[in-house]
Ligand binder design. Sequence first.
Ligand code: ATP
Ligand code: MG
Length: 257
Amino acid sequence: MTNNTRIIAISNQKGGVGKTTSSVNIAAYLAVTETPTLLIDMDPQANATSGVGIEIGSYKQSIYDVIIGKVKLSDAVQKTDLEFLEIAPSSAQLVGAEIELVSLFSRERMLKEALEDVEGKYKYVIIDSPPSLGLLTINVLTAAHAIVIPIQCEYYALEGLSQLLNTIRMVQKHLNKGLEIEGILITMYDHRLNLSRQVVQELKEYFGDKVYKTYINRNVRLGEAPSHGKPILLYDATSTGAQNYMNLVTELLERNG
Ligand code: ATP
Ligand code: MG
């Protein structure tokens, strides 16, 4: 992959922490700054796919066909309602890939190799990950330059984090030396809760300024947008959630500037 494409994984094996919401909205805000962006949906649940308005099953090829080496990545890419945003959609078949890949040589590198096909075509590639640390997520981390870790501000927020960090270290050691932690993203933040503030405090102690200054607040509109198949900026651009993700992308672009 050339240096001018930045590949960012949005990963955390914990379920429901805001991976997909963050993937869709980071990608969408990058796109409105006229930054050519590819969103890759690597979760068999396909929430990012429907989240940008693509009807599941309305396409012939998905990231599954790409991962198993059947088609080129560019052949699976779909347009979205945003001019600068394209998506490689997922499908439920991807569940099977975890098993099918096991027997393949370079099974951890299938996504990385597939990305060579779109080299230089996009400025950012944002990859949504499934809630597990299986082979699909390993493929994501092997392909990425950096990982954004969304963390929901709740009681068990930090549980499982050390397992994720161990996986990152393992990938750095054996598969992708250059993998960096791009940032720690605080999601579903509620400033009224002591607990939210406490979780943020702990994260800052451990990760320092890797923690994004922008927090994503708990916001009803963010929860509603997926059922309309729209990124928040097309659903309610004036909502707090929209403001949060816009600020986050500004911060992300500054860090990568
Ligand atoms: P999974 O692990 O199942 O893939 P996920 O980590 O991708 O989940 P999301 O799907 O982004 O998490 O979010 C979980 C749920 O919370 C969704 O219903 C989503 O719409 C909602 N949600 C995400 N972020 C927010 C927020 N900031 N405020 C309110 N609701 C949110
Ligand atoms: Mg998800």
